[in-house]
Design a binder for this molecule. Sequence first.
Ligand code: ADP
Length: 918
Amino acid sequence: MPSSLCEALTNSSISFDYQKEDDWITSGKLGSREAVLVFRTNILNPKIRKTLSEKSSAQVLTDTKDNEEEKPVQSPQKLSEKEPTSSEPSSKEALSGSTQQKIFLLKKPQQCDKLDKLTFSSPFKKILNRYSSSDTSISSEGEEPASSSENKSRVLKTSQNTINIKLAADLSNESGYESIAPAKTISNTEVIEEDQEETSEDDAECGINMPASKLKITYKFHQTETKLLRKLFNVHGLTEVQGENNNFNLLWTGVHMKLDIVRNLAPYQRVNHFPRSYEMTRKDRLYKNIERMQHLRGMKHFDIVPQTFVLPIESRDLVVAHNKHRGPWIVKPAASSRGRGIFIVNSPDQIPQDEQAVVSKYIVDPLCIDGHKCDLRVYVLVTSFDPLIIYLYEEGIVRLATVKYDRHADNLWNPCMHLCNYSINKYHSDYIRSSDAQDEDVGHKWTLSALLRHLKLQSCDTRQLMLNIEDLIIKAVLACAQSIISACRMFVPNGNNCFELYGFDILIDNALKPWLLEINLSPSMGVDSPLDTKVKSCLMADLLTCVGIPAYSPEMRSHFDQKWSRFRSTSCLRQATFPSTSQKTKKSKKKGAVINLNLTGEEQRILRNARLQYSRRGGFVRIFPTDDSMQRYGNFLDSANGIPISTPNVQSQTFQTPIIQHNYNQMLHQNLYSKDGRQKQDDNSEADRIWQYERALETDSEIPFVKKPTVEKCEVEGRRLRKIMLKKISNGSELTPFQARQTFSMYLESVLRRLTEDPKDNHEKIILKFLNKFGGSVKPPVMFRNMQTIKVASKARSAMVAKLLGDFLENYKRDTEAYVDSFDHFGMIPSSAYNQFLMHAQESDLEAVLTLHTNVTGIMPFLYNRCGLSVPPTPPIPSGLHGFLRALPSMVSSTGINRELSKYDGYFKNFDKEKVFL
Ligand code: ADP
């Protein structure tokens, strides 16, 4: 059994050559604890990918040949005895490389000629230097850092990303309007799957050549699906594991993690959340945590959120506050997002009783751009809570409301004036998307740097604004950190297991004061424009590199696993590993570390990791610790253990260990920033940070946003297939529930598109009535919230109805995934024929099929299961254009579902009683 990591590597069956100029592994030599994968956006470029794929097929041949020469199965011992060839340096040679610019690629360097030429010709050359300058700045053993000017040039190069045009095309359907436009997209599920398959095959082929592929590095998605991330993983050679398999290197979940999974993480495994992170990301918890800090530390230090109440518990307090300082108030469901269920009221008595919501003081004087209200989405990466390490991504997104802001109370109903969410505004027919990634200040989505430049031109103090934003972020994290640290102590077995990217929503008022609105768990990585693609792909590549996915081979991992299970059998708690004072010196000597010998092994590890991580930070700006963070925030930390304290009586004693012997925050700060310990690579000065926020993410080439290529529907073919389907139905064939639901959702998609392109007052009323009756049956419920809206016919009202229908469709389609036709049933329409029909069907074809099927069979499988309890009688459906749509509200029971609905929505009953529309 190998006794060390290096030995484990030597015994590995994987052999690496390295290319001096290329780098896919950084921070340490392959086989060292620090070696991590590098992620770069440039290989998303189709040209580079193609070359990599070509190379990889040549490679496969060589690999096969080489493998044939080797004995089929060799014991690790035997492999270690293998003589190194001249073109294939031994792992030891690779390990003893003197600089970390040595990049580990697979097999023979001469095969890479073509790639090299292509890769190192402009613009890619600059990109590939991305991490190499930082690599020379620090070695895993803490060698001399690069100068700060080098650092600056690195930062500039960081953003020389070239984004894959095809990526933009592939991703364009992720979350944008395109995804609901059936005439432009292929609606047939099979065809979509085929299309995705093609793309992922292409990605995987490119990935074959990557170290991650040879190292068998894996990722797992759980309750999340991001095409951008999947693509990044695949082209970098990571493979997906699914189901119950927990043998992943990186787990990416869209929800909070099960503690069982966290508890059993091995040291090389990474997950994208911290336990108990909901303390930050649930609106009600966040406000409570900050409120506690306001009481404990003084309002003036934590005046970072609008005054907020959690209903129904604090209804009285809300009324008292309203009597002191009048509204308006903004009402939000506690655990919702994307503007769902939000409404604004002038007075608390307009809020339904028993409403479970968070109510905040409405900021009536927001910063406006050209008269439009805007807010900010910034990306915050926390890599550790103890010590606290926070990065802010240099680029963020500014979202503008479509309708010009007018603070008059009559307009409070208008979500396209008061809410800046893209998911609301995208349905407004005046919404403008910039069509070029370089246009960062065009339309209703800007970049943060474009906003800063715009404000600077108007002589605004953007430096102070960004410092205030940094301050707000740090304070919000400090306010919530205590319980997250305590959960980490209890459940996270290794210091590096968790990291988290938070989406901070910030509103700036017209005095340039930033206000924290909410913190998003798993901020959306959907892209709907070139600008999104640019910002989010750079963000994700930089995130993965900064966090560091250990470049361990399976052998090294199994070595770790064995060590790990022994360790876990003695203790599963991280703090149990603190060495005694006598251990300190011994360990330091043994490792020959050049860093402070007074540090414990754990402290040395933390310091080394912090430095390495900083050297890989790409576009991330470290905002905590900085040279003055102890002066600014030291008062909020416990003087003994450095933990942010947010409850008056809780001292370190209440943590898992009786006495915590360390103060990691202080240790890190001292070693990074104290006069004698100060190192240039840690010179994270205020001026550097501000400079970085204000510069644009640069790209070397134009990035046209190419929409996903679509297959035009053939109208004639659609009509022909429709006739066949109608005949089958008349002859007694039925649609399966899955087919019926597919048809219904495609039909509603067509209606939705009409609503946004050519709003029809009459159809909006029908849709509203249907949703108010049926919207509660999907989860989360989709219902109409704001009564005043419906009184005024306008583009904004159309947008609101469209948003409701869009939300409904999203949930309905998710529910539809539970229905599968694994084989054709007797008496049902064969799925292949039906899929053909769906591929070419237009709205009128879909309507004709739904109408005839409902009239002939007398059932409505798109709305109800056969055995449902409260299925209403099927109404006759009038023939003719939009007959099905007109009959839709009457297909929904006015009793059963109503009762369900009223549980969720106080407005529902009123709406039905008032019968505003019908
Ligand atoms: P969600 O999570 O549903 O997106 P947010 O808290 O981000 O909810 O709010 C949605 C939008 O409402 C924001 O984009 C912002 O424009 C607006 N908003 C939220 N809270 C306030 C407030 N207190 N004052 C003014 N506008 C607000």
